[in-house]
Design a binder for this molecule. Structure first.
Ligand code: TEU
Length: 566
């Protein structure tokens, strides 16, 4: 059992760790083809060790037609030539380990590429691999059910070769694997062990809570807008999900006791389900990525953004903190390769408040209980991309949504604002290393343009400035490593009804931390929680307004961490 791996779950190494996510296409290009690669990443590892992170999570690097930037894998046990080869991977892994860090791979096993040999074989109805995917005959000349795909249109694609449909929750180039099939599961576990035996330290598991489908594949309720419905009740945390994850733990994870980190990406997961997934006694996963807090600004779908209400954010994150307080563990994130940049989304990316708001957001997140994830460039305060016309977009999700909307009669200007605010390309512009023309990312032409603000916002400038976003992240990570209350302390939300100030305490033994952040560009004040007047200031993000007895007064976007010993 996971709880026994280290003696006690409280001692698990990943509880005090900080993870840094690299999206390899956009991190560092060593060969001038405009696409980031493994040697480029290896050459930049000092940036990660300088920041003090413990783990590198690497988004997919396996061979792939790149229909979804590598989340469509055609060979699980090799490296895509665009990123390098297995020798380059081993060099990276060695260099990561030399620096005392760990490397976690992306595991994409809800689906493969349609170019994966497993799928190619399964196109033959007589093949034993037919059952490794979800093939169904047409229903009255149409799709087997009415589920829509996450990437627009139907979740079914007709293969004329056998006059049957296959299920793809994402693009038609990402057919869903059938986890009901034990041989398929066995092949996945063998592949996982192959990476772990090579030295990899764990997995971030892509949409792993979608792997168990209700085999009856029932029709979904239909939205007003279109022909397709939301099938998620039949595949989000489906009937056999816990069986599969427990089997995977037995067959793979448990064989490497105490060494690995596992995190399941789980859209639609609830707190109650997350407790089950992350209860060490159940031996499933160490933690999950939940999506509630990054859905609070969605209106009718993700491309219809609404302003965030701070009280909603507090209610949501607070519920996750208390829900996983005695059992399980949280992961903490604002950003990844699918989310718009947090300084643009919940902060202020203008010249006056960028640094202050980025560091405030970092402080509030990193002082929660859980394992924080930093997405490349977040530590520089990188902002959303200046996406103008549809030609500026690269991502399949945005392009399909645009095509669909225009087909339904919308004008470009009806659709583009939502795509600009929420599109995934915002996260995917190249890492900004310096002020040179392509930001030091490549000597060639980058696959997606560099954000023009790299002349100001870049790693070289950030390292040289002690007040930069980078150094603030470095101090937050160091604080987690030094102060047990950050890792182990319990969590109490304060001021739940305040729309401007985020405030909470963390208590561990006699140590109490008070964390406060102003989510606005104006001075904000509230009643000072009792016992905190004049307490030690552990960390802040810049000049404070002079203290007033009994009042908590915060400058625009200010954040502070105070400490007290009771
Ligand atoms: O994402 C799954 C997911 O649920 C969404 O965040 C998705 O990015 C999309 O925005 C739904 O609206 C994972 C990967 O992180 C993503 O990059 C992949 O495209 C997807 O799975 C399919 O592998």
């Amino acid at each position: 059992m996971a709880a026994d791996d280290m003696g006690h779950a409280e001692d698990a190494w990943w509880r005090s760790a900080v993870v840094y996510q690299v999206y390899p296409r956009s991190f560092a290009d060593s060969d001038g083809d405009g696409v980031g690669d493994l040697d480029g990443l290896t050459g930049r590892l000092d940036h990660l060790s300088g920041l003090g992170v413990d783990v590198l999570w690497l988004s997919p690097v396996s061979p792939s037609p790149q229909a979804d930037n590598g989340y469509d894998i055609s060979d699980y046990q090799d490296i895509d030539p665009v990123f390098g080869d297995l020798a380059a991977f081993d060099r990276l892994l060695g260099a990561v380990h030399e620096r005392g860090m760990k490397l976690v791979m992306d595991l994409v096993v809800n689906h493969t590429s349609d170019e994966h040999p497993w799928f190619q074989e399964s196109r033959d109805p007589a093949s034993p691999k037919r059952d490794w995917y979800w093939w169904r005959p047409p229903r009255e000349g149409r799709e087997p059910n009415n589920w829509g795909s996450f990437f627009s249109g139907s979740a079914w694609e007709l293969d004329a070769a056998s006059d049957a449909y296959y299920l793809h929750l994402f693009s038609p180039k990402q057919p869903d694997l059938n986890w009901e099939n034990p041989w398929m599961r066995r092949a996945v576990y063998a592949m996982m062990r192959w990476w772990l035996d090579r030295g990899v330290d764990g997995f971030r598991m892509d949409v792993v809570n979608l792997i168990s489908k209700d085999p009856a594949l029932p029709d979904a309720e239909v939205h007003e807008q279109g022909p397709y419905g939301d099938g998620s009740p039949y595949f989000v945390c489906g009937p056999r999900i816990h069986d599969y994850l427990q089997e995977m733990h037995r067959e793979v994870i448990a064989r490497y006791p105490g060494r690995l980190l596992t995190v399941g990406e789980m859209p639609g997961v609830t707190v109650e389900q997350a407790r089950l997934f992350t209860d060490p006694a159940r031996a499933e996963l160490d933690m999950v990525f939940q999506f509630e807090h990054v859905g609070l600004d969605h209106g009718r779908g993700k491309f219809d953004p609404r302003p965030l209400r701070l009280t909603d954010l507090k209610a949501s994150l607070g519920r996750w903190q208390s829900g996983l307080a005695d059992v399980g563990w949280n992961s903490l994130y604002w950003n990844n390769h699918d989310q718009p940049r947090v300084v643009s989304r919940f902060g202020d990316d203008g010249p006056i408040h960028r640094t202050r708001s980025a560091t405030m957001l970092a402080t509030v997140l990193h002082l929660h209980r859980g394992t924080p994830y930093v997405y490349q460039g977040e530590e520089l305060g990188m902002a959303n991309a200046p996406l103008r016309t549809i030609e500026d977009f690269r991502d399949i999700e945005s392009l399909n949504h645009y095509t669909d909307a225009l087909r339904a009669g919308a004008e470009p200007e009806d659709v583009l604002p939502g795509l600009r605010a929420m599109g995934r390309d915002n996260a995917r512009t190249p890492m900004q290393w310096d002020a040179s023309p392509h930001a030091g990312f490549t000597t060639g032409t980058p696959w997606i343009p560099v954000n023009p603000d790299h002349t100001e916002v870049n790693a070289e400038a950030a390292l040289a400035d002690p007040d930069s976003v980078y150094h603030h992240y470095r101090r937050l990570i160091a604080l987690r490593h030094q102060e047990p209350a950050v890792v182990h302390g319990d969590f109490t939300m304060l001021l739940p009804d305040d729309e401007r100030i985020y405030a909470f305490t963390r208590r561990y033994g006699r140590t109490v931390l008070l964390v406060v952040g102003n989510f606005t560009g104006d001075t904000a004040s509230a009643v000072m929680p009792a016992g905190w007047d004049g307490a030690e200031l552990v960390m802040g993000n810049g000049p404070s307004v002079p203290p007033r007895p009994g009042r908590l007064v915060l400058a625009p976007w200010e954040a502070r961490v105070h400490r007290r010993n009771d």
